[in-house]
Design a protein around this ligand. Sequence first.
Ligand code: HEM
Ligand code: HEM
Ligand SMILES: [Fe+2]
Length: 479
Amino acid sequence: MLASIKTNSFTNEGQKLGMMYFRVAIILFGAQLLMGLIAAFQFLVPGFLFELFDFSVARMVHINALIVWMLYAMIGSVYMMITDETGVETVGIKLGKLGFWVLTAAVTVVVLVYIFVQVGSGTEASIWLIHEGREYIEAPRWADIGIVVVVLIFYYNVFASYMAGKQTGIMTVMVANLMALAGLYLAGMFFTDNISMDQFWWWWVIHLWVEATWEVFVGTLAAYALIKLIGAKREIVEMWLWIEVLMLFGSGILGLGHHYFWIGTPEYWWEIGALFSSLEPVPLIAMFVHVLYDWGKEQGEAHGRGEEGNVVTNSPAMAWIVTNAFGNFLGAGVWGFFHTLPQVNIYTHGTQFTAAHGHLSFFGAYATILIGMMYYGVQKAHGVEKMKMNFNSKMGIFLITFGVLGMTVALTIAGYEQVLVERAELGGTWNAFFVAQELPWYIQAQLWRTIMGVVTLVGFIYLVWDLLTIGKKNKAQQI
Ligand code: HEM
Ligand code: HEM
Ligand SMILES: [Fe+2]
């Protein structure tokens, strides 16, 4: 059904390839949600699918699918904007397309292996063939190497086009940041027998991705999207972008310390982690201001010209980008700040509070803007000048956002209960871990999380339906 999206109005080859990436991304997003629901249900009925589809596997596929769909959507977004920004066709596009198929075949095999080989011992062979046992980036080593090759092709496409065409501020940040983002993946590829050392490097990928390079990436997308969707002035968005880059790297890199409190690293990380990670919300506020300020400014200028003020060329995309500004600030900034001081983290570490933050931040900072870019892709695919929201777009954004917020609140309550009972009252023992999970607050919170997960899934169905139909509807209205 996804193939029914018409791709004949694209103005360049990069956009076609971007759309291919978007399609796989949305399928993986769906798979992620289904796996999440299975894992959530297993919290309520622990014997559900026992030895058929264990919690560990459902959880693993849930969070790996999350990372992979986001990477797909990120790559898709870059292909969408290369020609627009540089003014030239994407260099080496045929190779880029080949890379897409190789990557997609590899991802399919990896997921099938996860599902069919669920138990067994961890050996050198299982690291190469099954998975590496590293949360979020579990791909087996053969696939790791494949990913590196495909990413090199992608980077070649971006870099060569950048060199051949115009070098805008947005593309300059994009090219430099993508190198850091891809390079960091290497830190998660080697294996050491010492668990502290292993975690030390693993966090380089996870933290320095989501709190540095991915955030900068989102900054470049927001800058680009604001120019395209509301005609924001390039000087203004690019000025903001440079400020954000400076601040994000300034706090995000040493903010890494908030993962080094309790894993066997030296104690000086307490101070470093506390200070720099507390500063992390500052750039997130700047990003928030960036989007809303530019939007307000453009609206104001339109009013000044005596126009109605609705200069948004793609309102569903814009709605998701504004949700991104709020979501990033709340999920990463506020929910992150809650537990980032070692004095607090000693109680909250590894509780459902962490999961609450994980859900709202990944959703708020990344899912939102990437969905916005998908709407932009659909607009390009159909050659629609002005894309308007309809009932399905509204239901999609409302139910998904409401569902994720609901899950976050439920998990925050579960985490609060764990902090009080398991950590403060019972001293954080192994036994306390189980006692806390059997009390009513925890169980009710897990029930609400599951209900809100279903709401999210219903919203997702509206979203997919909308992405498949909105282009045609708007095109028909335009003609
Ligand atoms: C969009 C940006 C962010 C994303 C996607 C994100 C995501 C996550 C995720 C998924 C975890 C759990 C990792 C695990 O499995 O152990 C985590 C942990 C953590 N995050 Fe974030 N985060 C973001 C930004 C922030 C910010 C800005 C702060 C601080 C101000 C922060 C503070 C923390 C802390 C302290 C932990 C450790 C929790 C624990 O000890 O259990 N995060 N983050
Ligand atoms: C149908 C909706 C969803 C349900 C039912 C669901 C359920 C779950 C469950 C049960 C876990 C395992 C938690 C644990 O080990 O204690 C989990 C982990 C996680 N999920 Fe979801 N999820 C859903 C949607 C999402 C979305 C939309 C995102 C982000 C965009 C997301 C991101 C994550 C992350 C980052 C983790 C790891 C958190 C951590 O370990 O701290 N999930 N989810
Ligand atoms: Fe972090």
